[in-house]
Design a protein around this ligand. Structure first.
Ligand code: ATP
Length: 450
């Protein structure tokens, strides 16, 4: 059953602590848009950096790209988006609401008591019609069809149109991939479930080019590798699955597609699709552009159109899964008073945590702030740290638990005597005394080079 209270609590935490705010909020909001606040922007950057590190900089067979969001309209004609990137839309003539025809059973009629669209006697649903999800805009001052372009609905096409540029400008040989992270835009009929389905979001995509004879193997490898990536960053077995599409779900050109899915509080949702796209995309762009996008293998003296495996992930959607997995409420004994209390904690993987450590003076006197500031400044050279000297220390720990900060260092009365501080672990709440001179080394070791 959908656990809506968990989502309500998470959305409220995100707003209260500066992770995610509704877009254009002071003007009443703009549906399907979200702004990432001070903690959220760090978390999102850490998701993208972890992906980039693990898929690009730590591999020899993938290179990066950052292509323009605005592209020639022909790109979207070649890719098939202009004619096929549609969702089925139904209108209700009575309440004037719009729904996705394929999601009626998950949608709510806005009238009370709420039911699914079509369930009230007065509902008048139209036949489904195709609604293209691409946002249109114009290049230059004249708004006519010749100047019309789209905000890209995926980053992938920017990669295909640069395939030849990358081959010609690098020494990379097939099999290799091109990776891109960036904004995509879809005019979703019903944006919902917080940032899960937004109209503006970020994607992390790879197009991996290989010889047709090895594409089936690469497809298997990419499915497994991408699934493991989410596990390594903390998404647990029971909440994560890899779902292979059945033959009737596949696009006509796809020889296989698998989705990495996460069990969100409302049910399973896709985080990433890994698709075997054959030679469809390069062939289409060859046909529409008239350019030769074949690949020549110098050693084998063979010319061919590469096959493509596409692992296509959502950065913002993954971020939501990481938040859902990390969110917990626990009854604990307060660290100062010993009284029973509830703590909210985000058990984010240290690589993803927006702030890696917080440094506190126990009280604002006896040289403690100065000693704590020196430790803070030293750590700041290596990773994101936070300094806080306001309020009771128990409350400061609690604030860091909510922000997902893995470690807290506290300078207290003993520090001046024996040059030690306490190091508190977010998850176990255990504290150990360590030497001031050990802090940096120990944290770098525990954070594993985050
Ligand atoms: P869905 O079926 O959920 O609409 P999709 O199959 O159309 O997704 P793809 O086109 O495969 O999605 O896009 C790749 C990834 O981009 C998705 O797995 C998802 O993580 C992300 N994504 C797609 N649409 C959105 C959106 N509206 N908001 C946030 N992320 C999205």
């Amino acid at each position: 059953m959908a656990d809506t209270t968990v989502m309500e609590k998470l959305v409220s935490l995100c707003k209260r602590r500066g992770f995610i705010f509704p877009g254009s909020e002071i003007y009443g909001g703009l549906n399907g848009t979200w702004d990432y606040g001070p903690l959220g922007v760090e978390l999102l950057r850490n998701v993208k950096n972890a992906w980039w590190h693990d898929n690009v900089t730590s591999r020899e067979d993938i290179v990066g790209l950052d292509s323009a969001i605005l592209m020639q309209r022909t790109v979207w004609q070649a890719s098939g988006h202009e004619s096929n990137f549609t969702d089925p839309l139904v209108d209700c003539k009575t309440c004037k609401s719009r729904f996705r025809a394929d999601q009626i059973s998950e949608s709510q009629c806005p009238r009370k008591p709420s039911k699914h669209p079509g369930e009230f006697a007065e509902c008048q649903l139209t036949e489904a019609r195709k609604f293209n999800l691409m946002f249109k805009t114009f290049v230059g001052p004249v708004e006519e069809s010749a100047t019309q372009v789209y905000l890209r609905p995926e980053t992938a096409q920017g990669i295909f149109v640069n395939f030849k540029n990358v081959v010609d400008s690098t020494r990379i040989k097939i099999p290799f991939g091109i990776a891109q992270v960036g904004k995509s835009f879809r005019n979703e009929i019903t944006p919902k479930q917080f940032i899960f389905r937004s109209r503006e979001f970020e994607q992390m995509e790879i197009e991996f080019f290989c010889h047709p004879s090895s594409s089936a193997q690469w497809y298997q490898r990419w499915r497994d590798e991408r699934f493991k990536w989410y596990q390594d960053l903390g998404l647990k077995g029971a909440n994560l699955r890899l779902r292979e599409h059945s033959a009737d779900e596949l696009s006509h050109y796809s020889q296989g597609t698998s989705d990495v899915e996460y069990l969100f509080p409302w049910g399973w949702g896709e985080l990433e699709g890994i698709a075997h796209r054959g030679d469809y995309d390069l062939k289409q762009h060859m046909q529409f552009s008239g350019k030769d996008l074949t690949y020549f293998d110098d050693e084998k003296k063979e010319r061919y159109i590469p096959h493509v495996i596409e692992p296509s992930a959502g950065a913002t959607r993954s971020l939501l899964a990481f938040l859902c997995e990390a969110f917990a409420e626990e009854t604990i004994a307060d660290e100062e008073t010993g009284k029973q209390d509830t703590r909210t904690v985000l058990r984010l993987h240290p690589r993803l945590a927006p702030v890696k450590a917080a440094v506190f003076p126990l009280v604002k006197k006896d040289g403690m702030p100065e000693r704590a500031t020196a430790i803070y400044k030293d750590l700041q050279k290596h990773f994101a740290v936070f300094y806080d000297e306001k309020g009771a220390v128990g409350r400061r720990y609690r604030r860091q638990d909510e922000a997902g900060t893995p470690f807290c260092i506290t300078v207290d009365g003993q520090t001046a005597q024996d040059q030690t501080v306490t190091l508190r672990d977010r998850d176990s709440m255990k504290q150990e005394r360590i030497g001031v001179d050990e802090v940096k080394g120990l944290l770098l070791e525990k954070l594993g080079g985050c």
